[in-house]
Design a protein around this ligand. Sequence first.
Ligand SMILES: [Zn+2]
Length: 238
Amino acid sequence: MPTYLETGRTHQIRVHFSYIGHPLAGDDLYGGTRCDIGRQALHCGQLSFTDPITGEEVTVRAELPDDIKSIIKSDKQEEKKMERIASFSVDHTKFGVGMYISRIDGDVISYDVRMVKPNGGVYVSNPSLHTIEHLFATYARNSEFTDKIVYVGPMGCRTGFYFLTRDTMSKEDAIKLVKDAFEFISKYDEAIPGCTAEECGNYLEHDLESAKKDVLPLLKKLDGYTPEMLDYAWHADK
Ligand SMILES: [Zn+2]
């Protein structure tokens, strides 16, 4: 949207757009999100001034940069949005601590192992998440199901873990494995496996004490958890 400034005050455009309920994309200081662009989507396209030496009127123009062009809505982008992965299309405000199937791709089942409520204001710290990752992965890899486990890794939102298995692993066994792994972590008192500079990308960032506490809410929740409860829809009806 073109805007024309009468004066050049700081934040003028950003504050005014925010005030009318349409903050600039990427302007997280005034309520915009950084989902589409990592900076304020604000671009000076034309500037005119009087040259102080020659007295001539000078006008310079600059084309929209590519990152802003790419977020301007087009039909193509609407289509792209439709292809968002299944996990993002689940309303994350509706579900709390628990274990859920987020997607199935061929013979791979992806479970969301949710340790805290999404957008609940409390998240697992990075050091704790890191320690749980090492212990969870170690436990899973050493279990009888090792050949059926595809991946264990932390969610970037710090609310839990992704746990991917082959569909040859039953849902009952998947629940049991996560439960047993978290039980194992809650009682763990030895050196964290893989915790050296050679084996880990950030071996100093660990926190076993927090990890032992952070696994408890889900551990409690998984008591009596049934395969039907892995379906988000089951919880939506409740
Ligand atoms: Zn590590």
